[in-house]
Design a binder for this molecule. Structure first.
Ligand code: G3H
Ligand code: 13P
Ligand code: ZN
Length: 322
């Protein structure tokens, strides 16, 4: 199977009550870990590249590695997506360079500017066989260079979604319902504590999601900022010289519920970073004499694979849906 767009994936996911995982890729081990997990579990998968990833690894390297992953996993659909594209030029360059899907993220602009800029990308993408994700509402956390403090995010306004989709022709829509980018999604002030003193994040705004679904029946919704920041990995990082106080994510049960509704794409990056870093920190501490990168990158790649397998099986529900 060659690289595919997300159109068929989303149709099946919408009707099947599951979501496709969109995992950020920055290097070979991450590409391999993700696609090996998806291949073994017979799951569709989206590999996404941010502007920062492209600056780090170079467009050609990333595309060629993803093409190699497609060759090595011929039985599953794989899409290559630009994450948080911030300009027409960036989206065009990715489409021209082999991406099957792009996100144009003008969510920090006015409604009218967001429509106008998204529409232009949609026209170009559709003429070239690619699809477009757009965004309404802003998440807290860091998206490329833009940082929104927790508490200053703004939820998607359901009354805007029909007009936006209608006027832009976008193929999927990212909405803000309380998820957030990075490993520090909420301040302590936004959380409550359970009986064991553990921070409990505020619940996602399912009322906003359900209102959007009502207004856009059959239309694929996307959730960004959907890492769960598993505390066992935070503990390993901190135990082996790291310092990640108060790292907190979105409970997996809430994401599972969103996946059963119209959410067809769930973005996960931080949990992969956390799995890799926890693993490498532990490995380095336990093997101080090792200096061959393969020695620590091999288990780190396995940690990525295990994390993605867990997401596919227990959060996304996409196993066996290729
Ligand atoms: O939403 C942002 C993604 O996690 C990508 O992060 O810009 O550091 O590559 P990045
Ligand atoms: P996390 O930081 O929660 O993994 O979100 C990633 C994301 O939304 C990429 O676009
Ligand atoms: Zn994002």
């Amino acid at each position: 199977m060659a690289l595919v767009t997300t159109t068929e994936m989303f149709k099946k996911a919408y009707n099947g009550g599951y979501a496709v995982g969109a995992f950020n890729v920055n290097n070979m081990e991450i590409v391999q870990g993700i696609t090996e997990a998806a291949g073994e579990l017979n799951s569709p998968v989206i590999l996404q590249v941010s502007k920062g990833a492209r600056a780090y690894a170079n467009h050609q390297y990333l595309v060629k590695m993803v093409e190699a992953a497609v060759i090595n996993n011929p039985d599953i659909p794989i899409a290559l997506h630009l994450d948080h594209g911030d300009s027409f030029e960036l989206c065009k360059s990715c489409i021209d360079g082999g991406f099957t899907s792009v996100m144009i993220d003008l969510s920090s602009k006015s409604f009218a500017e967001n429509i106008e800029g998204t529409r232009a990308v949609v026209e170009y993408a559709h003429e070239h066989g690619a699809v477009v994700e757009a965004e309404l509402g802003t998440l807290a956390g860091v998206e490329d260079e833009v940082c929104v403090e927790a508490g200053n995010e703004s939820y998607t306004r359901p009354e805007e979604v029909e007009e936006f989709v209608d006027k832009t022709g976008c193929d999927s829509l990212a909405i803000a319902i309380g998820t957030s980018h990075g490993a520090y999604k909420f301040t302590a002030a936004q959380c409550t504590r359970n009986e064991d003193g553990i921070l409990v994040p505020p619940p996602l705004r399912f009322d906003v999601l359900e209102e959007c679904i009502k207004r856009l029946p059959g239309f694929p919704i996307v959730l960004h900022g959907s890492s769960s920041v598993p505390q066992e990995f935070v503990k390993i990082v901190n135990q082996y010289g790291g310092n990640m106080p108060d790292a907190i994510g979105i409970p997996e049960a809430e994401l599972r519920h969103a996946a059963e509704l119209a959410v067809c794409k769930i973005n996960i990056d931080s949990d992969i970073r956390l799995a890799m870093t926890a693993n490498i920190r532990k490995y380095m501490a336990e093997n101080p004499s090792h200096f061959d990168p393969r020695q620590y990158l091999k288990p780190a790649r396995q940690a990525v694979k295990d994390m993605v397998a867990h997401k596919i099986t227990n959060v996304l529900g996409s196993a066996g849906k290729a």
